[in-house]
Design a protein around this ligand. Sequence first.
Ligand code: G
Ligand code: G
Ligand code: MN
Ligand code: NA
Length: 249
Amino acid sequence: RQLEADLRAAIGSDQLELFYQPFIDVTRGRVSGFEALMRWRHPVRGMVPPGTFIPLAEEVGLIDELGVWALREACRQATGWPGDLTLSVNLSPVQFRSASLIDDIRTALKMAGLAPQRLQLEVTESLFLDNDEGTLATLRALRALGLTISMDDFGTGYSSLGYLSRFPFDKIKIDQSFVRAMDKAENAAIVRAVIGLSSAMNMSVIAEGVETPEQFERLCQEGCREMQGYLFSRPRPAADLARLILRIN
Ligand code: G
Ligand code: G
Ligand code: MN
Ligand code: NA
């Protein structure tokens, strides 16, 4: 309860901050965009991880407010980046039940003056547990705004592959659990299959959680052209991004 009250108070205060982790276009060796990741510096508890406060926000009905804050803040910051870089923002499945989601996103883009084409939204497979037409309609409406949608943590959810044919995602993010264990033949086979599937369905693909040169090499051999992970950079505060772009690009 106390944490809930604290979170309520933290929204819009300087306790909440967005960190950013780059996507790397490995064929060109350049940063192609950044994923926004929330951080909460609690005045007493210190850093509270998003794995703790996002489920809490979902549970107590604060996720919409938190999500709107993150969208606006991220769009505002992204207008200061080179114009060819994508901004990727995570969306909770709970936000899809909000009647104002589409408006919230349109407003965030407009307030910041960010072109919709530069925004990517990351959704997870749990979105399809509800499996209703409403989810598909919302995804289509979001895409009609001009932004792109990626399937985050791909391969870890409960859903069937059916939703991939019912909704055309722009990008698949291969979950880090497969990348981490790619030295096992079965996992390498999964990664290969996902890359093949995405190519056959005209979706792009990115590997998450790339930590070692060996994983990088293997993924290159499998034809993976975009990657994200500690090998390139951990999530960093917004103030560090200019230096990070200079270091990599
Ligand atoms: O890097 P990390 O510890 O930041 O993220 C942990 C989890 O929290 C990930 O599953 C990530 O998708 C989620 N997360 C981080 N920031 C956000 C956000 O702004 N919105 C939502 N819905 N999830 C986020
Ligand atoms: O669920 P989502 O993919 O949005 O969450 C991304 C999470 O993965 C964040 O917590 C981020 O800090 C973490 N992450 C990003 N790159 C790496 C990596 O190379 N290794 C590990 N272990 N975690 C990573
Ligand atoms: Mn993500
Ligand atoms: Na992920």
